[in-house]
Design a binder for this molecule. Structure first.
Ligand code: SAM
Length: 333
């Protein structure tokens, strides 16, 4: 499934947060607790969370994009509860440790790209705006889409288009790209893909899947998410352990574990979240030969909330919300 790649906003600096209240409600526990927003963007979710938190709460915000970090710096200057790290969320444990965050009450993720990233032609994410083929969320490191597109083999491109874009004409498109190289701009790539596609899809631009695939590959989005979920889980406070290990919290939230909430926008991401949460609620298998009754099996490590989708009214106002899926797991052990 592809995510919507059209921006939801007229202003390139703006980003309309998806499922804003729902994500905040999903992670909110102790109002004096500590929280992490792993995908700060323009801070929509972070600001909504801060509005619910008390004066002694703490919020660490992360993003790998420097424009997002510039905004985070502004928020830090205004609000002493906030600190930031320019980091990939796969490094969340290191960022948390560096800022003295442990036993956190909530970690929130709103993955994918932001509208400002898509809307700036020079970032190279959009097939609708002509610009250099970059597509890196962090422009200070890693290989650009241009470097990859002009050096990958046909087989490698084809695999990426199929795996990350679920593109049926992957091999044909990869061949057309190979023949058209060197390709330097999003506009040229979009038209090469379009002419290789054959029959047009009435609902989607011909290059939607290929652009999504390249972006996911260049930023290792799925690997990042897998690692980040594992690391975030270890940062959460287990149920029963109150704020700072006291056994009690300002809201009486003792007994409530730290919560990990993720909004994802396409099935590849959602599958990763779903599987990770399922593994947490499935008790570990016990050695076969031990005479143990079912009631004595290892208890689940998590309580998982039913998945949530955006309300119809939000989808009408913001088409990006259409494919959003929110999942939350609370740490019990
Ligand atoms: C959909 S936007 C988040 C918007 C934000 N929740 C808001 O309300 O403004 C996703 C953000 O996550 C960042 N991001 C995506 N993958 C990341 C990763 N692996 N590590 C850190 N930041 C990442 C992007 O740079 C982008 O700013």
């Amino acid at each position: 499934m592809t995510e919507p790649t059209q921006s939801d906003s007229e202003n390139p600096a703006e980003h309309i947060s998806v499922m804003r209240e729902e994500l905040v409600d999903a992670v909110l526990g102790d109002v004096a607790g500590s929280y992490i927003d792993a995908t700060f963007g323009r801070g929509g979710h972070a600001r909504s969370l801060l509005a619910q938190l008390g004066p002694t709460a703490r919020l660490l915000v992360l993003d790998r994009d420097m424009d997002a970090i510039d905004e985070a710096k502004r928020l830090c200057a205004e609000d002493s509860r906030v600190c930031f790290a320019h980091a990939r969320f796969a490094e969340i444990r290191k960022a948390a440790r560096a800022n003295s965050f442990a036993d956190v009450d909530g970690v929130m993720f709103d993955v994918g790209v932001s509208s400002p990233q898509i809307d700036q032609a020079e970032r190279g994410f959009s097939f609708r705006l002509d610009g250099p083929l970059d597509m890196r969320m962090d422009t200070s490191s890693g290989m650009t889409a241009e470097e990859w597109i002009n050096s990958a083999t046909r087989a490698e491109m084809s695999r990426v288009f199929r795996e990350y874009g679920e593109e049926r004409n992957a091999y044909r498109i990869a061949g057309a790209i190979e023949r058209a190289r060197p390709i330097k701009t999003t506009g040229t790539l979009a038209s090469v893909v379009e002419s290789a596609q054959g029959r047009p899809d009435r609902h989607k631009h011909a290059a939607t899947r290929v652009f999504q695939a390249i972006r996911i590959f260049i930023n290792d989005e799925l690997g990042e998410l897998r690692q980040a979920i594992d690391e975030s889980w270890e940062l959460l406070r287990p149920a029963g352990l109150g704020a700072a290990g006291t056994g009690a919290t300002e809201t009486g939230a003792a007994g409530v574990g730290g919560k990990l909430a993720v909004i994802s926008f396409h099935s590849l991401e959602d599958r990763i979240v779903k599987r990770a949460f399922k593994a947490l609620v499935t008790p570990a298998p016990l050695p076969r030969r031990l005479p143990i009754r079912a009631s004595e099996e290892a208890p689940p490590k998590a309580k998982v909330m039913r998945l949530q989708k955006a309300r119809d009214t939000e989808v009408v106002a913001n088409p990006r919300a259409r494919s959003a899926v929110l999942r939350m797991a609370e740490r019990l052990l």
